[in-house]
Write a protein that binds this ligand. Structure first.
Ligand SMILES: NC(=O)c1ccc[n+]([C@@H]2O[C@H](COP(=O)([O-])OP(=O)(O)OC[C@H]3O[C@@H](n4cnc5c(N)ncnc54)[C@H](O)[C@@H]3O)[C@@H](O)[C@H]2O)c1
Length: 337
């Protein structure tokens, strides 16, 4: 990436480090020489970080980011924050909107302030490309008005504003708006588009597509996690106060389904059903390429191949029924309040 400075070693507080993205990011941060403190409720399993547990530069704190004392403890010795923790899709947010708001929005400003007051120099926030809502323009760029369609997306957008309000000299803030992430990670999500289709192709032998012309923006989990690491290495002045879309391929659902079938095998049946829901989402990731030199390297097909390998080697047991692969099922099963 451009604007990359002399590699600096950070002590990073990673909220949500035991989630889908976090479970792939923690080993990369450690591998890059950073210290990592994970603050997470471990809703998706206590063993998610088992491969790196006990690493001398890793601290794991099981706790709630809504609790100020826990946050203060987690921030001790940290000089950067990457904030991933949240109720991270529409259905699990809708399940208990008050709970969702308390985690995704109400706790956000206190977390940012606590980080700044504790001396953190950098705060990287995982927003979402869903903040744009539906748009007809061919290129959805960062300067366009946000018209979030759901509460999950609305609060994602509102946190961006809070972060800008709390930005201060010496406290560098950066917002990323990721596309939908795909591919294998130690804590697997099977409720996001590429992963859903791959699961059904491998384990059911058929994929069902509703409509199919709708566009979806995608980014491979290894590109997404590379980006977080690279953002730590980028100069303050390059990223301070910035907002970037982060996606690779905008592809139609049908196109993704065909790619999945292409990787899994022609024996996979592809059923197409009509739908009234023709919502299309797509983003432009030109700005992040232009300004940070970030170009994703992995395709949707790469993500599918990684998942197929994980299924076939038994790393994702009970993929249809396992509660932890599905955020909504986990939230239904846990009694978080
Ligand atoms: N996965 C995607 O496709 C995608 C796309 C765009 C944006 N994002 C954003 O990236 C971030 C990470 O997404 P993900 O897919 O890894 O989500 P995830 O649901 O897998 O992980 C979220 C983690 O946050 C933890 N958590 C929830 N509430 C908490 C609380 N109160 N205190 C402490 N920990 C708590 C959970 O235990 C979980 O481990 C989220 O902010 C999400 O909105 C994800």
């Amino acid at each position: 990436m451009s604007g990359v400075t002399e590699p600096r070693k950070w002590n990073v507080l990673l909220t949500g480090g035991a989630g889908y993205v976090g479970s792939a990011l923690v080993p990369k941060l450690l591998g890059a020489g950073h210290g990592v403190t994970v603050l997470d409720l471990y809703l998706y399993g206590e063993d998610v970080l088992a491969p790196v547990a006990g690493h001398p530069r890793l601290t794991e704190i099981k706790g709630d980011l809504r609790d100020p004392e826990t946050v203060a403890r987690a921030l001790t010795g940290c000089d950067a924050v990457i904030h991933l923790a949240c109720i991270s899709n529409d259905p699990s947010f809708e399940l208990d909107p008050e709970l969702g708001k308390s985690i995704n929005f109400d706790a956000f400003r206190p977390l940012v302030r606590a980080a700044r007051d504790a001396g953190a120099k950098r705060f990287i926030y995982a927003s979402s490309s869903s903040v744009y809502g539906l748009k007809d323009e061919p290129d959805i760029t960062e300067d366009m008005a946000l018209k979030p369609l759901t509460d999950y997306s609305k609060y994602k957008a509102m946190c961006e504003e809070v972060l800008e309000e709390e930005r201060a000299p010496g406290f560098v803030t950066l917002t990323l708006r990721p596309a939908t992430v795909c591919g294998y990670a130690p804590r697997q999500r099977l409720d996001v588009i590429v992963n859903i289709l791959t699961n059904h192709a491998v384990n059911n032998g058929r994929i069902k597509v509703f409509g199919g012309e709708q566009l979806r923006p995608n980014i491979h989990i290894d590109d997404m996690t590379d980006l977080y690491v690279e953002c730590l290495e980028t100069a303050d002045e390059t990223i301070d106060g910035k907002i970037y879309n982060a996606g690779y391929e905008n592809r139609s659902v049908m196109d993704i389904a065909r790619s999945v079938r292409g990787v899994v095998g022609d024996g996979v049946a592809l059923d197409v059903e009509p739908t009234d829901d023709n919502r299309s989402y797509h983003i432009s990731s030109d700005k992040i390429r232009r300004e940070l030199g970030f170009t994703p390297k992995r395709t949707v097909e790469d993500a599918v191949k990684g998942l197929v390998d994980a299924f076939r080697t038994g790393r994702l047991p009970d993929p249809m029924n396992g509660v932890r692969y599905y955020n909504i099922r986990t939230m239904q099963a846990c009694d978080l309040s």
